[in-house]
Every structure is written in C-alpha cells, then in structure tokens.
Design a binder for this molecule. Sequence first.
Ligand SMILES: Cc1ncc(COP(=O)(O)OP(=O)(O)O)c(N)n1
Ligand code: 3NM
Ligand code: MG
Length: 210
Amino acid sequence: MNPLHGLYAITDNTLMPDDETLLTCVRAAILGGAQIIQYRDKTADTQKRYRQACLLNELCRTNARTFLINDDVKLALACEAHGVHLGQQDTSIETARDLLPHHAVIGMTCHDQLSLATTAALSGADYVAFGAFYPSKTKPDAKPAPLTLLAEAKTILSCPIVAIGGITVDNAYQTITAGADMIAVVHSLFSAESIIQQAEAFALAFNRNV
Ligand SMILES: Cc1ncc(COP(=O)(O)OP(=O)(O)O)c(N)n1
Ligand SMILES: Cc1nc(C(=O)O)sc1CCOP(=O)(O)O
Ligand SMILES: [Mg+2]
C-alpha cells in the first residue's frame, strides 16, 4: 500500500459525466502525480456507480494508486477498492471495519473539530480530513475551517491528515506547510484545461522547500 501522502483527487460526476471522460480525467490526474483517488458520485444510479467504481479500481491498481470509495462501504467491497471515505453521517468506522477486509483504508471527515478527529483515530481511522479551508465550488455550504487547525491537529494525532475545500495550486503550498499530509481536490484539478499539468503543479507543492 502506498503511503497516505500527496495529492488526493476526488471525482465529480458533473465534471466527468460519462465513463470515458471519467477514465480520461482520472488517468491524467494519476499521470500528473495524484496518489489517492476517491470515487465520489452521490447519484442513485447503482449500476453506473458499480461499473465506474470497477473501472477506476482497475486503473488505480494498474498504476499502484490508492483507490477509495466515498460513503458506500458495500460498493467498496463489491469493486474491491482499497477502502472508503466516511462522513459523520455515514456508516461508522467500527461497522465499516467489520465489513471490509482487515487491511482496508478508512478515512473520516472531521470538519473543523479536533474532538471528532481524536474520536475517529481512537475508532481506528487511517486518516482524518479537515475542511473547508477555502471557499469550495463543489460544496459551497461546507463549514469553514481555519488553517491553524492543521498545526494543532499535528500535535495530537499520529495518523495522516487531509485538508479539503477550495484548494488550488495557489493555496496548496501554504496548506501543506500548515500541516496537511494530503490535499484533497475536486474542482481546481478536474476543471483544469490540462489535468496532467494541474496535477503536476499540485504534486510539486509537496516537494517545494520555500
Ligand atoms: C477526503 C475527503 N474529505 C472530506 C470529504 C467529505 O465527506 P462527507 O462529509 O461525508 O461529505 P460527502 O463527500 O459525502 O458529501 C470527502 N468526501 N473526502
Ligand atoms: C467533498 C467536500 N467535503 C468538504 C468538507 O469541507 O468536508 S469540501 C468538499 C468539496 C471539495 O471540492 P473542491 O476542491 O472543489 O472545493
Ligand atoms: Mg459522505
């Protein structure tokens, strides 16, 4: 399993409405350096979700990338993904851990609250996610989180930390230096004219020294 570190690309069914566009865009993100891919599709089309999750799982396995499913533990099991990302209203970490293979990756949304993160870590989360750090085009109503939360979280958590919400190439470096091990991006990555170049720019932010 790859380390949970680097650019974390999250798919969007409006930006990538069909199988071919989805595969082309995610392939480009991987080529540019995305390390973790999350399939996020909130539609009720179970057949499409299963088909697309299987396609992405294959692509990620071929390229040795971590592949996670948003919300849906059953779908993660069915397509043999590496794991799931869960929100506070989704399946509990304990239930997901019971249902998934023992080595599965489980991530948990903790919004702007350290207490949610310590609870998630104690329940066995492999990583925690905080946000939204900047205004998000994908989730405009996401509750804002201050960047100082990341440094504070670093002092009390031993698991990797994801930052999400409105992350762009312009604010990625400051988010990483504030304490993020992974930056999760939807819009600024998948709406880019060149997804490969945009992913490269995000990936470079992890290797910058100043
Ligand atoms: C990496 C990452 N962080 C946060 C979220 C948001 O999860 P959640 O709060 O469950 O909201 P939805 O994505 O389900 O709308 C995420 N998906 N990924
Ligand atoms: C899915 C999601 N969760 C968030 C949170 O704050 O928990 S923000 C968000 C959307 C992230 O997309 P973009 O990079 O386009 O802002
Ligand atoms: Mg969710």
